[in-house]
Unconditional design. Structure first.
Length: 554
């Protein structure tokens, strides 16, 4: 229709491209059969949410395992909520967890790929080309309603118990005479652009979601806003244009978008674009007082990926945890494939949880503990060093002062068939091992050491002196333990707990008490890593001087 064309040209005088031009500029990708093109489309409005990391990890895995493409698109059309620099920091955090795009937005000065720009605020020409087309075919129109007017309308709809929104008889400018609209535009009246829906909310549509299965949805009849007054598109419209012209095959996004799917389907159909496949991923939930709720930015520290980075959960522990919540068969696979890389597991849509995934921090810790325990000491040292460099300066300085020493500490009860599982995260390490460092040991208040109050101080002193004076560093672990038993017996302690239990009166205590004296003297604590190893790592001189230092405060 000529009039529609005139309106379209009035609104977009500088748009000379057509939808056909865009089709040529962004042709379908040449990919092998079954290859998926997925994307992660963050809004730069703050920190990386754990739920977003989950979505992006899953999206990238589907692309990678099918030999497809995973790209990142920056959805920066909500200028009011935008936080400067957060786009880049999101990407840095994603990269820590191996979510690395093949193409797309990398930073404000960098992007790569043939389907860009990948930053929505730079795609206006593309959006406007499509909107111009929709106006030309009579499926988009300017709306001059003010915010107050829309508010009034909503109130009235609520009062009448009607479906709220801008549709049917409430779509005031839907059939507005084009002449009048053009005049108002020429008079520089503010307006936005709406999509003209042909749907009816009494109709049902049937749809297959890759995860949710067959769905029955209510047809869209809302004339949604597609172009805002700031000249930027809304999410719905940008989704249509971007996922079509970036040739996304699978839209993997949070299930909170499911309710707007009918809008998206109508948009794709109206444009004659092939619908992408949709996979609506479970939202990460938390149980609180027996009720499920979404992991919340405000209430839950584990909602921010930065929490896991700061705490130093190893990335492989966290990624693996996310895989367990992604696919119900992951854990069973892992059990029989311990030697494999977790990326050898093939994710599938049909094993996705259907009704929200529950977040379980204890499980993140457990998986991390398991995996960390089997790391070689020098490998773990590198991981810890990298973490401490950013998050724990004191620890970092200690590590680099003498890496060999730190590796020997890390190697306590490691690199063996059944390693100890002490650490769930890098930040667990320093509090447990810091006593090895002399300045930390020296700073311990020796008058407050936690000696067993039932033990006679003189006895403790004698035991410590005896050990100090007969110290033999050449013993292996078994011989050393025997020497501790002998030491116990020499001082009236049972060399075995069972023996002591049978006749407590006959002894001052048992070999465990004697070990505890030594442990406290050498580490300042009742709990420490394996005592034999502690002694070996400290060396004769330090063992003697620490015992002397302890005795000075008796
Ligand atoms: N920018 C949207 C969001 O952050 C993207 C949703 C999608 O993946 O389509 O929720």
């Amino acid at each position: 229709m000529e009039k529609y064309k005139e309106l379209a040209n009035l609104i977009f005088p500088n748009i000379t491209k057509t939808v056909e031009d865009l089709e040529k500029q962004y042709p379908p990708r040449k990919l092998k059969e079954g290859a998926m093109v997925t994307r992660f489309a963050p809004s730069p409005t703050g920190f990386l949410h754990t739920g977003s990391l989950f979505t992006s990890l899953v999206s990238s895995r589907f692309a990678k395992q099918s030999g497809g493409v995973f790209y990142i698109r920056l959805e920066d059309t909500d200028t009011k909520r935008e936080i400067a620099g957060s786009g880049e920091s999101l990407l840095e955090q994603l990269a820590v967890f191996d979510v690395i795009p093949d193409e797309g937005y990398f930073s404000d000065s960098k992007e790569c790929g043939e389907y860009g720009p990948y930053k929505q605020s730079e795609r206006s020409e593309i959006y406007n080309t499509v909107i111009k087309h929709l106006i030309q075919i009579g499926r988009a129109y300017p709306c001059f309603c003010s915010a107050e007017e829309l508010n009034e309308m909503r109130k009235m709809q609520e009062a009448n118990k009607e479906i709220p929104g801008y549709y049917g008889k409430y779509a005031k400018y839907r059939d507005y005479p084009l002449e009048l609209a053009m005049e108002r535009i020429r008079n520089k009246e503010p307006y936005i652009i709406r999509f003209k829906s042909m749907g009816n909310h009494n109709n049902k549509i049937f749809f297959h979601d890759e995860i949710k299965g067959d769905l029955e949805l209510t047809e869209n009849d809302q004339d949604i806003v597609i172009l805002k007054s700031d000249g930027l598109p809304t999410y719905h419209f940008a989704h249509l244009v971007d996922d079509h012209f970036m040739r996304t095959t699978h839209v993997t996004r949070g299930e909170e978008w499911l309710s707007s799917l009918p809008i998206h389907l109508e948009l794709f159909d109206t444009m004659g674009f092939e619908r992408p496949k949709y996979a609506h991923l479970p939202v990460i939930m938390k149980v609180e007082n027996g009720n499920r709720r979404k992991l919340s930015k405000r209430k839950d520290e584990e909602a921010a990926v930065s929490f896991f980075l700061e705490q130093g959960y190893p990335k492989y522990g966290f990624i693996e945890y996310l895989l367990t919540i992604a696919n119900s068969n992951y854990e069973a696979w892992r059990e029989v494939n311990l030697d494999k890389n977790f990326y050898d597991f093939k994710l599938s849509f049909d094993k996705m949880s259907l009704d929200g995934a529950l977040f379980d921090l204890a499980k993140v810790a457990n998986i991390s503990k398991e995996r960390m325990a089997y790391k070689k000491a020098d490998v773990l040292c590198e991981e810890v060093k990298e973490w401490a460099k950013v998050y724990h300066k004191e620890f970092y300085d200690k590590i680099i002062e003498n890496e060999e020493f730190f590796i020997s500490i890390l190697n306590i009860e490691r690199e063996k068939e059944k390693p100890r599982k002490d650490y769930a995260k890098y930040s667990d390490i320093y509090p447990i091992i810091s006593f090895f460092y002399d300045d930390v040991y020296e700073a311990i208040d020796k008058t407050k050491m936690e000696w067993n109050p039932l033990m006679d101080r003189n006895v403790i002193r004698e035991v410590l002196i005896d050990y100090r004076d007969h110290i033999d560093m050449s013993l292996n672990e078994e011989e050393w333990f025997n020497s501790i038993k002998e030491l116990s017996v020499r001082h009236g302690f049972a060399d075995n707990i069972k023996v002591w239990k049978k006749d407590k009166e006959a002894y001052k205590g048992h070999v465990g008490d004697v070990s505890e004296f030594l442990r406290i003297a050498l580490s300042g604590r009742k709990n420490s890593p394996n005592l034999y190893c502690v002694i070996q790592i400290l060396g004769k001189e330090k063992v003697i001087s620490r015992i002397n230092e302890t005795l000075r405060h008796f």
